[in-house]
Write a protein that binds this ligand. Structure first.
Ligand code: NAD
Length: 263
């Protein structure tokens, strides 16, 4: 299917690996002109080169810590200079460290809000005026299954992602008539470096083998396996496309059936 977005300009945040990289690759395959960012310059550069060689797409990049206001400002200026604006914006980030609600300090709550919520507000405020002027835009935020089923010990992540989902739903109402669609993609358990890191952490904390924890994850997933990054990336590309012009204000799970609710 031709998604009808050849030549559109997209920023994919936190795209040097994992879900962000998969979204960037899926968009590049559709002929989108990409801008990608992440913290680590070497990893980002390698990803940009990999995407160029696989797709022939134009891929601009800037190392950026999205948690830092000044670095986001620099990113915004660089994108304006490179592409003159954006048609597509994919929000993604690292995610806060695990804590219990009662043990989370005020500083950790405030950091989580700045990193996970205000970074999205900031980039939206920079690029929405251009999308409105051209009467076309797509914004997708990578969140988590935790927006419908909070996950134990992820106090800040559960809370901030719920806040992001509420904020984006409100925004989607405000701009829907201008052909700007805003949605969330909520992964269950996808096999990325982050997931491998969680497994290694569990082995260190509780012992056991890698297979023990893979089996534990898979028991809760009707599909019987972890997700592949491209299974998220392909959905994101679709939601960013011309074909998704009547889909806005929703969150879509990519979880192999893990969520237990019917709706
Ligand atoms: P990953 O560790 O494989 O990749 C994370 C990417 O984010 C990397 O490119 C990293 O450089 C970048 N990054 C991290 N912090 C950043 C920052 N402050 N500024 C700029 N870039 C930054 O992780 P992933 O599995 O692809 O997860 C991406 C997001 O999706 C995370 O927020 C994660 O919590 C969420 N999520 C993932 C899963 C999963 O199963 N993988 C499930 C639910 C939610």
């Amino acid at each position: 299917m031709d998604l009808g977005i050849k030549g559109k300009r997209a920023l994919v945040c936190a795209a040097s690996k994992g879900l962000g990289k998969a979204a960037a690759l899926a968009l590049a395959t559709e002929g989108v002109e990409l801008f990608i960012c992440a913290r680590d310059e070497a990893a980002l550069s390698a990803t940009a080169e990999e995407i160029r060689s696989k797709t022939g797409a134009s891929v601009a990049m800037l190392p950026c810590d999205l948690a830092d206001f000044a670095q986001r400002e620099k990113l915004i200026i660089q994108i304006q200079e490179t592409y003159g604006g954006l048609d597509i914006l994919v929000h993604n980030g690292g995610g806060p460290k695990p804590t219990k609600v009662e043990e989370t300090s005020v500083a950790e709550w405030e950091k989580g809000f700045q990193d996970g919520f205000m970074s999205i507000v900031h980039l939206n405020q920079a690029f929405l005026p251009g999308m409105k002027a051209q009467q076309w835009g797509r914004i997708v935020a990578i969140t988590s299954i935790s927006v419908v089923e909070p996950i134990a010990n992820l106090a800040v992540s559960n809370s901030i992602r719920a806040a992001v989902t509420g904020m984006l739903k409100t925004l989607s109402d405000e701009v829907a008539s201008q052909n700007i669609c805003i949605n969330g993609v909520a992964p269950g358990v996808i096999h990325t470096d982050r997931t491998e890191g969680r497994i290694q952490h569990q082995i260190q904390q509780k012992g056991g083998t890698r297979q023990t924890y893979l089996d534990e994850y898979v028991q809760t997933i009707p599909a019987g396996r972890l997700g592949r990054p491209e299974e998220c990336g392909d959905l994101i590309a679709f939601l960013c496309s011309e074909k998704a012009s009547y889909i806005t204000g929703s969150t879509f799970l990519v979880d192999g059936g893990k969520r237990r609710a019917t709706y």
